[in-house]
Design a protein around this ligand. Structure first.
Ligand code: NAD
Length: 557
């Protein structure tokens, strides 16, 4: 297995100042292919076999203690809900408060440790996930979250590994960003963790995101309560255990599965809340932010609130577009992982002149897409959606599509939850560009298409900008540079991750740091160099080496 060891040089100190080496060299983790006969495929098959039919027991971990409360829950396999993947329990308010106290008590010592020491734990964890633990974490992501091999790989291996390595690199390099000294004066920036604890709340759909939400504040010297998603429990716990095995002390990240509102109510009621690092839906994020606002008077600090939320991501097709790129990119973006990526394309705008050709090609591929069990059959393109709630929500949109005079289901449209939460890949043509199906996040394998008169493309760009409250990702397909430039201007605020002649999904850590504005979140760009700044409270220290000998100013005579 390939290892990418970061090149670390020795840091040096002068007074308060620590000068790390100028740059820490890390590279993106390569994506493995899992072809027939490859060693990674053999390891993955073995890990999948080891988990077959098993139910893992996952406690809350507070300090070094494994705690079981009476509130027992189960994570079900999305494509075979009779399989209980994990048994876990919800931390109650009392246990959460205990975790808060323990983390705040551990904070100072952790924060005082040199950033290089903290970073080493994450570099080591990245190596372990790249090597011996890769197959296990992938298998848990496949079975627990219903991902195919490639979707599990890009998430739970390279993305997670890159988050750990690049954020550790950025944390070390940040220490090298120091203010100017003047004769007789040394100025130093100390990058302190936030005073209090950070609540990390993660979504179901990316194993990597949980690791990042909890991990990056910890690299920066913070203590964290990590509430993983119920439906990503098994893979999240595996990541947590790797961090502990790699030297993360107890109380720095505490693993506390909990009922969402109980967790939210408890952390926002603590005077020590220093930050919330959230990824998930808009309603949950708004609820947390409002609670923070309501409780402002009780906090020691103004909590940092970061949230990456949903999207209603677009593909705009101009008449000059390369049709094959449009079709292949749209199929992948809309249907990979059953449309359960925050960046998934769910609205497609096509000129009338090109629609017959694009439609024909989309339908031809649609007939070949296999939806099923991604473990038993590696040719499955995507699997079941995550759970019964998600299934019911998507079904409502399908029912709406079937009954609305503005909408025509041109492919798919059915679902079946007898064995797993299966939804067919669905393509819907909409006569109304403002129909809810064109504006609201569905988070399932549903693609809505609006066909526009070719000559009206400028109006359509404005329409795209104004159709939904989100601004996460979007793509423009055109071979005409004037159109590309025009679209970039009109859509400047319509997406935080904007693609030209490429699909709206697939951002890579450090290459396309991810996030959007408007209702899509605070756009902090995890994976980019600025992200670590969110989780530090710098202190500026001025040390004067020349005694002060006068109280009067010269002009005073
Ligand atoms: P969700 O909002 O249902 O849940 C997210 C997390 O919040 C879960 O851990 C959940 O248990 C917790 N939660 C629920 N209520 C809570 C409360 N009152 N207080 C505290 N925590 C609470 O979202 P989800 O279904 O897990 O994830 C899907 C959503 O996440 C989609 O909207 C998707 O677009 C978004 N997402 C965005 C990004 C991004 O980077 N922008 C990435 C992944 C997912």
């Amino acid at each position: 297995m390939l290892r990418l060891r970061p090149l670390l040089c020795q840091s040096w100190r002068r007074g308060f100042k620590t000068f790390p080496c100028a740059a820490v060299e890390v590279k993106n983790e390569p994506i493995l292919g899992f072809e027939e006969g490859s060693p990674e495929r053999a390891e993955l098959l073995k890990a999948l076999e080891d988990l077959k039919g098993k139910t893992e027991e996952i406690p809350c971990v507070v300090g070094d203690e494994h705690v079981w409360t009476k509130d027992i829950r189960y994570q079900l396999c999305p494509f075979n809900h009779s399989h209980k993947v994990a048994k876990f329990c919800y931390a109650d308010k009392e246990l959460l408060n205990k975790a808060i106290l323990a983390s705040v008590a551990a904070r100072r010592e952790w924060d005082m440790r040199p950033v290089q020491d903290r970073a080493q734990i994450f570099f080591k964890a990245a190596d372990v996930i790249s090597g011996p633990k890769r197959a296990e974490i992938l298998a848990k992501t496949m079975i627990g979250q219903g991902k195919t091999v490639v979707q599990a790989e890009i998430d739970a291996a390279p993305e997670l590994i890159d988050f750990f390595r690049f954020n550790a690199k950025h944390a070390i390099e940040l220490e090298g960003t120091q203010p100017l000294d003047t004769p007789g004066v040394t100025n130093t920036a100390l990058y302190r963790g936030l005073e209090g604890f950070v609540a990390a709340v993660s979504p179901f759909n990316f194993t990597a995101i949980g690791g990042n939400l909890a991990g990056t504040p910890a690299i920066m010297g913070n203590v964290v309560l990590w509430k993983p998603s119920d439906t990503a429990m098994s893979a999240s716990y595996a990541v947590y255990k790797v961090l502990r095995d790699c030297g993360l002390p107890p109380n720095i990240i505490q693993f506390v599965p909990a009922d969402g509102p109980v967790f939210g109510d408890t952390v926002t009621a603590s005077k020590d809340l220093a930050g919330i690092n959230f990824t998930g839906s808009v309603p949950t994020f708004k609820r947390l932010w409002k609670q923070v606002a309501q409780n402002l008077d009780i906090y020691k600090n103004f909590p940092r609130v970061g949230g990456e939320c949903g999207g209603k991501n677009f593909h705009f097709v101009h008449s000059s577009a390369d049709i094959e790129s449009v079709v292949m990119g749209t199929i992948r973006s809309a249907f990979e992982y059953g449309g359960q990526k925050c960046s998934a394309c769910s609205r497609l705008y096509v000129p009338d002149s090109k629609w017959p050709q694009i439609k024909e090609q989309l339908l031809a591929i649609h007939r070949q897409i296999k939806v099923g069990d991604p473990v038993e059959d590696f040719s499955t393109f995507f699997s079941a959606v995550i759970d019964d709630k998600s299934f019911a929500r998507i079904k409502k949109y399908l029912d709406h599509a079937k009954s609305s005079p503005n909408l025509t289901v041109i492919a798919g449209g059915n679902c079946d939850d007898k064995k797993g939460y299966f939804v067919e890949p669905t393509i819907i043509e909409s006569k109304d560009p403002q129909d809810p199906i064109m504006c609201e996040e569905i988070f399932g394998p549903v693609l809505s298409v609006y066909v526009y008169p070719e000559k009206n493309y400028k109006e359509v760009l404005h329409l795209i900008d104004n159709t939904s409250p989100y601004a996460l990702t979007g793509a423009v397909f055109s071979q005409d540079q004037t159109v590309i430039d025009e679209a970039a201007k009109t859509l400047r605020n319509a997406a935080g991750n904007y693609y030209v002649n490429d699909k709206s999904t697939g951002s890579v850590v450090a290459q396309q740091p991810f996030g959007g504005a408007r209702a899509s979140g605070t756009n902090d760009k995890p994976g980019g160099p600025h992200y670590v700044l969110r989780w530090t409270s710098p202190q500026m220290v001025k040390q004067t080496h020349v005694p002060l000998t006068e109280w009067k100013y010269p002009y005073m005579g």
